[in-house]
Design a binder for this molecule. Structure first.
Ligand SMILES: C=C(OP(=O)(O)O)C(=O)O
Ligand SMILES: [Mg+2]
Length: 583
């Protein structure tokens, strides 16, 4: 939420630590640190002093049994994805082949730590070579290995710490694998010293509704058991909170409850602003429909196939897309073609040796390097759309030029897809939005990437979090240019389209989920907003408090501000309901 820009990093030495608030909420709790990653033992280290083969074998056996039993016990009380991940890891910890190979190494005079490290390495390499599902299991083996070595060393196991009491989780950053075992009933808030506003930590925190702060470098000094006040709105962590912080946390806990989203986004003057959902699977889509989403503004198709080393078959694709379409009969579903590359590698499309993957062959650009995948995907989308009642729109990520937009529209037409569009994520596409939108039917602004490319700041990097803020006035100017382009292109029709008036321009980046920024986006001329389903009630409630003229006035204030922090502060100061709902 807060850019932290202009905020002093430390107050009176170390009491107030500043970062970037990425998910609202104010809580007090005790810190638990994510253990440091387990460092590898020296290659082929000998038996420790005083140990013999028998005692070292016994030590290894006991460590593996303890790890397996601990994981099994946690799996028994976990649910959903977490239970599945823990069960799989527990099974791996008890794997006889792994223990047998490690025991052999101990028998030849290697320490238990080195033996299990080496044995697990060999198993992981074999699994990786087998590919597909087996290759995915390699991660479990490496996870188990780290846990066994931690047990042998007597240090905390890697991953989310286990605790009876709810705690504030402090970490350098969270990996995707950590997310499955993160229990929102136990974790009060997330604080990371690294990671940017689009990091995994930020995305998970928002989707779980947990207060979160990223890029809070000073928090590396926090230790297990420290009492802290976490303010996800201002982006600050306060050590040893006193009565003032207790009062703020208590008043946050007593904030007005947000009304459920009624399924019709609108401004105070009744002007409709459809609120759509970002989804990555059929399950997500069902949950979004239940939350009242008016359709899908972004189906991240690559999320259906992440971790796959082979292109999904036509049938697999049709099934995955149809599951989403079926959740929204009669509603708009915007399908984005595979956005492989940079933060979302897909081995069958991306080259992992590129020096600058974010500036490389990603998104639509992969069609040049690996022709055919895009055309096959469009055919699968068309087939899934044909027998569904959803109104299917199709867009390409990372479009940079009018020629690319025209070619994509041609590919859609050839596949029988009626409503082609583009994502505006690259500044060149925003600048030439008028020309681009003469060639396609709609645009959806990906503010996560548009911010990254406008500010030349890697979206994953905590150190550049202040630049990587969609409140940056330069980004807002490009959003306005895109919306203006949509208006200018209105009336120009692409083949087969009967569009009149403005060509619709929506936003599907994280900016749409920030209620104050959502008002600004509408004021800049954006027609629809697409977000994580959990953000729908907050965005809907704040939009209802302004009419179009007010939204335009606030957008004007933000555009004229000299910094992201000032733009945000000026706009937030005028939206009084934010405080009431604790947003
Ligand atoms: C929605 C976007 O795409 P992704 O986050 O999947 O790159 C974006 O860039 O804003
Ligand atoms: Mg993007």
């Amino acid at each position: 939420m807060s850019a932290g820009e202009g905020t002093p990093p430390l107050d009176g030495g170390t009491r107030v630590l500043a970062g970037v608030g990425v998910s609202a909420g104010r809580v007090i709790g005790r810190v638990k640190r994510m253990p440091d990653p387990v460092q590898p033992p020296a290659d082929g280290a000998p038996l420790p002093e005083g140990a013999d083969v028998d005692s070292e074998t016994e030590r290894l056996r006991t460590a593996t049994q303890t790890v397996a039993a601990g994981l099994k016990a946690r799996a028994a009380v976990a649910t959903g994805d977490a239970a599945a991940v823990l069960k799989a890891t527990a099974l791996m910890a008890g794997d006889r082949t792994l223990l047998k190979s490690a025991t052999k190494l101990v028998a030849s005079g290697t320490s238990a730590e080195s033996a299990i490290w080496e044995a697990a390495d060999a198993v992981a390499t074999q699994l990786t070579a087998l590919g597909g599902y087996m290759a995915e299991r390699a991660t479990d083996v490496l996870d188990v290995r780290a846990r066994i070595v931690a047990e042998l060393r007597g240090v905390p196991a890697p991953g989310i710490p286990d605790s009876e009491e709810p705690f504030v989780l402090c970490a350098v950053d969270l990996a995707p694998a950590d997310t499955a075992t993160l229990d929102p009933a136990k974790v009060l808030a997330l604080v990371t010293s690294d990671g940017g506003p689009q990091s995994h930590t930020a995305i998970i925190a928002r989707s779980l509704g947990l207060p979160a702060i990223v890029a809070a470098t000073g928090t590396t000094a926090l230790a297990d058991g420290d009492l802290v006040f976490v303010d996800g709105i201002t982006g600050t962590v306060t050590r040893d909170p006193g009565p003032a912080e207790e009062e703020i946390a208590a008043s946050y806990a007593n904030r007005a409850a947000l009304p459920d989203f009624d399924g019709a986004g609108a401004l105070a003057d009744g002007r409709s602003v459809p609120l759509l959902a970002n989804v990555g699977s059929g399950t997500d889509a069902v949950a979004a429909a239940e939350a009242g989403a008016e359709g899908v503004g972004l189906l991240r198709t690559e999320f259906c196939f992440l971790g796959r080393d082979k292109e999904p078959t036509h049938e697999e694709q049709v099934e995955a897309y149809r599951a989403v379409f079926d959740a929204f009969p009669g509603r708009k579903v915007v399908v984005r073609t595979l956005d492989a590359g940079a933060d979302k590698p897909l081995p069958f499309l991306t080259d992992d040796t590129e020096p600058n993957p974010a500036l490389g062959v990603r998104g639509y650009r992969t069609d040049g390097a690996t022709p055919g995948v895009l055309a096959r995907q469009l055919a699968a989308i068309a087939e899934a759309a044909e027998n569904s009642r959803a109104d299917v729109w199709t867009m390409a990520p990372m479009i940079s030029t009018p020629a690319e937009a025209e070619r994509f529209a041609g590919l859609c037409a050839a596949a029988g897809l009626r409503t082609p569009g583009v994502m505006v994520e690259v500044p060149s596409a925003a600048v030439l939005a008028g020309q681009i939108l003469q060639r396609v039917d709609f645009a959806s602004i990906g503010t996560n990437d548009l911010t990254q490319y406008t500010m030349a700041a890697d979206r994953q990097l905590g150190a550049l979090a202040e630049l990587n803020d969609p409140w940056q006035p330069a980004v807002l100017h490009l959003i306005k240019a895109t919306a203006d382009g949509g208006r200018a292109a209105g009336g120009a029709t692409s083949e087969g389209s009967a569009t009149t008036g403005a060509k619709p321009v929506g936003v599907c980046g994280e900016a749409a989920a920030d209620p104050a920024l959502a008002v600004v986006l509408v004021g800049l001329g954006v027609a629809t907003l697409s977000m994580n389903r959990r953000a729908l009630p907050a965005v809907a409630a704040i939009l209802r408090t302004v009419d179009l003229a007010e939204a335009q006035r606030l957008a004007g204030l933000a555009l004229a501000a000299p910094s992201a922090a000032e733009a945000k502060e000026l706009v937030r100061a005028e939206l009084l309901e934010l405080e009431r709902f604790g947003l």
